[in-house]
Design a protein around this ligand. Structure first.
Ligand SMILES: Nc1nc2c(ncn2[C@@H]2O[C@H](COP(=O)(O)OP(=O)(O)O)[C@@H](O)[C@H]2O)c(=O)[nH]1
Ligand SMILES: [Mg+2]
Length: 249
């Protein structure tokens, strides 16, 4: 196996769908899509845009209108990062050839070089987490406030949910088709970033296996973050709800 695990990749790139949720992501999206295409030229990409006021969707259309590997799902209004991913899952499942679903952010924090190692790992499990919190992972570019916020929500999720993963909130993952089909049949109640933890919890409680890939997470200020207090409140209440809903069973 190569150091990045890519030699294990026994999968055609045509069987991979990369879902990118976008809201006011025009600064990073074109460069990101080009980088993804360099890493996995034959994979499919679905951008799920919530009618971004900054014209993200128009920019994608302008640059990639004739690219059969890139498509765009436009939703009416800001519905939350997680709900955009769920819409992307449903769309992706319509293509029977897709066996691996990647989700990643638009703003260049998630390096496409990890896509192949993640898919390689996903051949043996159902959910692969690109983790910022493994011993060999690295986070650069975040200020102390942002580090503290991520660390606190992760610690809270860990304390209550006990899933064997080190990163509950990084939106860079690979799922098997089986896991995606299962998740879309569940009623996911959260809408925003914390859908990531809700999906992980549902998969864990239903016996799906997890693996983790350490990553270097590099934050570049290409666009304004969509993270706000409403998202943080939803994150905390969702973690508590998941824990207590489970206790009742
Ligand atoms: N479709 C959609 N995408 C969103 C929404 N909120 C955030 N995103 C996207 O989710 C990803 C992560 O959001 P970002 O603002 O970078 O959050 P941060 O990295 O936590 O600061 C980016 O690709 C955003 O464009 C939303 O309501 N709808
Ligand atoms: Mg971001």
């Amino acid at each position: 196996m190569g150091s990045d695990g890519t030699e294990l990749l026994n999968v055609m790139e045509e069987n991979i769908l990369i879902i990118i949720p976008t809201y006011n992501a025009k600064e990073g999206i074109v460069e990101n899509l080009k980088k993804i295409q360099q890493a996995v030229p034959n994979a499919y990409i679905l951008v799920v845009d919530d009618s971004s006021p900054d014209g993200t969707a128009d920019l994608v259309k302008k640059h990639f209108a004739n690219d059969k590997h890139i498509s765009l799902l436009i939703r009416k209004g800001k519905g939350g990062r997680g709900s955009a991913i769920l819409a992307g899952f449903k769309e992706g499942l319509k293509n029977k050839k897709i066996n691996y679903f990647i989700e990643m952010d638009a703003d260049l924090c998630h390096d496409p070089k990890y896509i192949k190692p993640m898919v390689a790992a996903c051949q043996k499990v159902d959910v692969v987490i690109a983790s910022r919190y493994l011993p060999s992972s690295k986070i650069t570019g975040w200020n102390i406030k942002r580090k503290l916020m991520s660390f606190s929500i992760n610690s809270f999720a860990k304390l209550l949910l006990h899933i064997p993963i080190s990163d509950y909130t990084n939106g860079f993952r690979c799922y098997s088709r089986k896991a995606v089909a299962f998740v879309t049949m569940h009623e996911i109640q959260s809408r925003g970033y914390i859908v990531l933890s809700e999906i992980a919890y549902i998969c864990y409680k239903n016996g799906f296996l997890f693996a983790q890939v350490p990553i270097n997470f590099h934050f570049k200020e290409v666009s304004k973050s969509n993270l706000n207090w409403k998202e943080i409140k939803e994150a905390l209440s969702t973690i508590i709800r998941l824990r207590f809903a489970n206790e009742k069973k």
